[in-house]
Design a binder for this molecule. Structure first.
Ligand code: RFL
Ligand code: PHB
Length: 395
């Protein structure tokens, strides 16, 4: 069996794993990344689109912000459409200057791969299966199969950045983890299309027919979502039906002149809230979707993954530079503080804007009153804007 030695073994080359390896490289710390899929597969996944300023800042500091600054769209507000009427939330004014940047996760993946591979990073694609060994010892290791041969990576620490369905969280004994979960009775059907976005800003839409979101990837590419049932069959959703449904949910007036066209990607995303505590077992540290999932309504998943990685990279840096373990020991608690605030916000945005099939008439009226309150109150809008653009880091 071929063996290599590194300081941090990273499982997963999504945004969390790749950014961690980049930050470690910048700090002079060696890592090896093991990824189950091919580079093309990982780069092709269409996912997040909204970055908090702190995410933009970290990507910039890490040396992967050049194209992001050139092509990212800075948004100072979002719209909420309610029964065909549009209301603007001026996030920039409400927060004293905070904006978000619209830039696809696909682009971030590309930027990170380019940069890591230019630095001769050790990234093993199509490593499957990966297994974890001696995690509670000070000599943990990863094993994987590639091209029929078994390989071993000996390391000081393992970073579990392998997403919700990965092997790292699954390797932790059940009695060492507490799991918190909520599954929603709906999903999002999302399409990408080479059409001009209906508005310059994102429109979160609440209607009697269900939720819809009008987002974008650029001034020429739209990203659109509609609430659907969790077991929806994509074959029953030809493009025409999706565009008609989007127009109905947004309302005739607001969607007048909306450019339509063939979709270039179509998928269904189930909606769940999930947290595993703690985010550490021995010398294994979980980061990103491996430890927590938020429903996408608050646009927090990728931002949380980046926030975890920032804390973890700083903790490894303090360990290797000064022999300090306090950052590693505080890692889980530091991250969970931010994770739960993002969970609360994502749950709240989801509850506020979707049609719940099992909701009573009373609950429906309360939901409507809450929307009216948020849209009509500076305090309500400010709370939304503060959470959407990203809470301060110390909190
Ligand atoms: P990822 O991106 O899932 O990457 C994990 C990587 O690990 C690999 N892997 C394995 N490798 C080796 N061995 C194994 N056993 C492995 N198992 C898995 C996988 O192949 C993959 O490459 O997790 P990471 O890095 O934690 O990043 C998290 C984000 O991808 C996720 O939170 C966001 O996409 C969530 N999200 C959004 N977040 C935002 O901040 N803003 C948004 O606007 C936003 N919109 C979204 C979203 C997620 C969506 N979907 C599809 C879930 C919109 C959607 C529709
Ligand atoms: C997206 O553009 O994919 C997107 C934007 C905002 C969200 C979720 C997804 O809340």
């Amino acid at each position: 069996m071929g063996a290599v030695r590194t300081q941090v073994g990273i499982v997963g080359a999504g945004p969390a794993g790749l950014l961690l390896s980049q930050l470690l490289h910048n700090a002079g710390i060696d890592s090896v990344v093991l990824e189950r899929h091919s580079r093309a597969y990982v780069e092709g996944r269409i996912r997040a689109g909204v970055l908090e300023q702190s995410t933009v800042d970290l990507l910039t500091d890490a040396g992967v912000g050049e194209r992001l600054h050139r092509e990212g769209l800075v948004h100072g507000g979002i719209e909420i459409a309610l029964d065909g009427r549009r209301h603007r939330i001026d996030m920039k004014a409400l927060t004293g200057g905070s904006c978000v940047t619209v830039y696809g996760q696909t682009q971030i993946q590309k930027d990170l791969f380019e940069r890591r591979l230019a630095d001769n990073a050790k990234i093993v694609f199509e490593a499957a299966p990966v297994s974890l060994h001696d995690v509670e010892s000070d000599r943990p290791s990863l094993r994987y199969l590639r091209d029929g041969a078994e390989h071993r990576v000996d390391c000081d620490f393992i970073a579990g950045c392998d997403g919700f369905h990965g092997i790292c969280r699954a390797s932790i004994p059940a009695d060492r983890l507490e799991l918190f979960e909520r599954v929603y009775p709906f999903a999002w059907l999302g399409i990408l299309a080479d059409t001009r976005p209906v508005s310059d800003e994102l429109i979160y839409t609440s209607s009697a027919r269900g939720f819809a979101l009008f987002s974008m990837r650029s001034t020429r590419v739209s990203r659109l979502y509609i609430q659907c049932t969790p077991d929806e069959d994509l074959n029953e959703w030809p493009d025409d039906r999706i565009w008609t449904e989007l127009q109905r949910r947004l309302g005739a007036e607001a969607s007048a002149g909306m450019e339509t066209g063939p979709s270039t990607d179509k998928s269904i995303t189930p909606m769940r809230s999930f947290v595993a505590e703690p985010m550490r077992w021995g010398n294994l540290f979980l980061a990103g979707d491996a430890a927590h999932i938020v429903p996408p309504t608050g646009a927090k998943g990728l931002n949380l993954a980046v926030a975890d990685v920032r804390v973890l990279a700083e903790a490894f840096d303090a360990f290797y530079r000064a022999g300090r373990r306090d950052g590693l020991d505080a890692y889980s608690a530091t991250c969970l503080n931010r994770v739960w605030k993002a969970q609360r916000f994502s749950w709240w945005m989801t509850s506020l804007l979707h049609r719940f099939p099992d909701r009573s008439a009373f609950d429906g009226r309360v939901q409507r009153a809450e929307l009216d309150y948020v849209l009509g109150s500076a305090a309500g809008q400010q709370a939304l804007a503060e959470n959407y653009t990203g809470l301060p880091f110390a909190g």
